[in-house]
Design a protein around this ligand. Structure first.
Ligand code: NAD
Ligand code: DAU
Length: 332
């Protein structure tokens, strides 16, 4: 049994990972999470107390981070400011958490010689044309567009430098867009589902031609465990499940699945600098480490996600009004 330290474990993907680890391994998990607006203690409810310890704290707190690294065998780093729209409004927290926070963790990994896995995003590669035959691979040059993705790119480069200069035992994964339970209502899919549940019309940025490559959060978790187990130190692995869809199709699918007319949505102000298309080629992860996604049917995964939001209104309702007020102020 290993002791895992999981940063950002009260957020969307981090909490899905903690549930996955408890269900599929005998590791003990310590979650370090600052409980920002995006963190929710309730996302870890129901997990056994002897398997999961929760510590409220900031990844930029070097003293606290040092203590927690001393008691861990491996660290999985999810904590981040993660929303592009927020980064356009106020970039500063993105620099603090994504850059300084990652630096603080890397210094602790160096001091304690701990295995470190850094969670990153496909957005570091910029975007693709709709008809580009090539997808992102591990050798695609970095070309981030937003304050969010540029700070994630910066954090990836710090990890690479700490591996080469200090011998830190780190790996990196860059994943595509996740969906599933426990995702904050500021994000595309939960926003539209909870809009329909509230009787609000879904909001599509621009023409809705932008393509995202959807993967269920549980498949992201199994990929991260695979990399922790079998990944080569210093390597980067792209995680994706061949789930490309444009936003218009996804909104229309949500409306249809929820018993509404497919055209019952509004086109709203587009996102500044909006990336057109992300698409992942995950051949390296599949051929070298033998990983496969389990959620191959996007409609089935989306339907289960709709059911989760319908059944868990008390989880998302406290955030909904503030999120909609924020978007309304931007014409979105
Ligand atoms: P999220 O915003 O839902 O959760 C982030 C968590 O980090 C929250 O619990 C928050 O409280 C915590 N946190 C933020 N700042 C912190 C700090 N300074 N100290 C400690 N904790 C802090 O994010 P998410 O969507 O779950 O993303 C998790 C990670 O996965 C991020 O690194 C993100 O870049 C990456 N990622 C996300 C996606 C996606 O589709 N959401 C895809 C690929 C990669
Ligand atoms: O690709 C991985 C990235 O996916 C992660 O790194 C980010 O942390 C995560 O937030 C996500 O980024 P996106 O910007 O792609 O996700 P978001 O849910 O904000 O938007 C998805 C798409 O939907 C995007 O093209 C913008 C559009 N959109 C979004 C919202 C909130 C809408 O059309 N309407 C909306 O209301």
């Amino acid at each position: 049994m290993s002791r895992l330290l999981v940063t950002g474990g009260a957020g969307f993907i981090g909490s899905n990972f903690v549930h996955h680890v408890v269900g599929h391994t005998d590791h003990h998990v310590t979650v370090l999470d600052a409980l920002t607006y995006a963190g929710n203690r309730r996302s870890l409810e129901g997990l056994p107390e002897d398997r999961v310890t929760f510590v409220e704290g900031d990844i930029t707190d070097a003293t606290l981070v040092d203590q927690l690294f001393a008691d861990a065998d491996a660290v999985v780093h999810y904590a981040a400011e993660s929303h592009n729209d927020n980064s356009l409004n106020d970039p500063r927290p993105f620099l603090d958490t994504n850059i300084i926070g990652t630096y603080t963790l890397l210094e602790a990994a160096r001091r304690h010689d701990r295995r470190f896995h850094h969670i990153s995003t496909d957005e570091v590669y910029g975007d693709l044309e709709l008809d580009d035959p090539e997808r992102f691979t591990e050798s695609t040059p970095y070309n981030p567009s937003s304050p969010y993705s540029s700070t994630k790119a910066g954090s990836d480069l710090l990890v690479r430098a700490w591996v080469r200069s200090f011998g830190v035992q780190a790996t990196i994964s860059n994943c595509s867009n996740n969906y599933g339970p426990y995702q904050h209502v500021e994000k595309f899919i939960p926003r539209q589902i909870t809009n329909v549940l509230r009787g609000i019309r879904p909001k599509l940025y621009g023409a809705g031609e932008n393509v995202r490559d959807w993967i269920h959060a549980d498949d992201h978790s199994s990929a991260v465990l695979t990399i922790l187990d079998k990944g080569a130190i210093g390597e980067t692995y792209l995680i994706g499940a061949d789930g490309e869809r444009n936003n218009k199709d996804v909104v229309e699918l949500i409306l249809t699945m929820m018993g509404q007319p497919a055209d019952a949505y509004d086109h709203v102000t587009d996102r500044a600098g909006h990336d057109l298309r992300y698409a992942i080629d995950s051949t390296k992860l599949r051929t070298e480490l033998g990983w496969r996604p389990q959620f191959s049917d996007f409609e089935a995964g989306l339907s289960a996600t709709i059911d989760w939001y319908r059944d868990n209104e008390s989880w998302w309702a406290p955030s909904k009004d503030a999120v909609e007020a924020f978007y309304a102020g931007k014409g979105q």
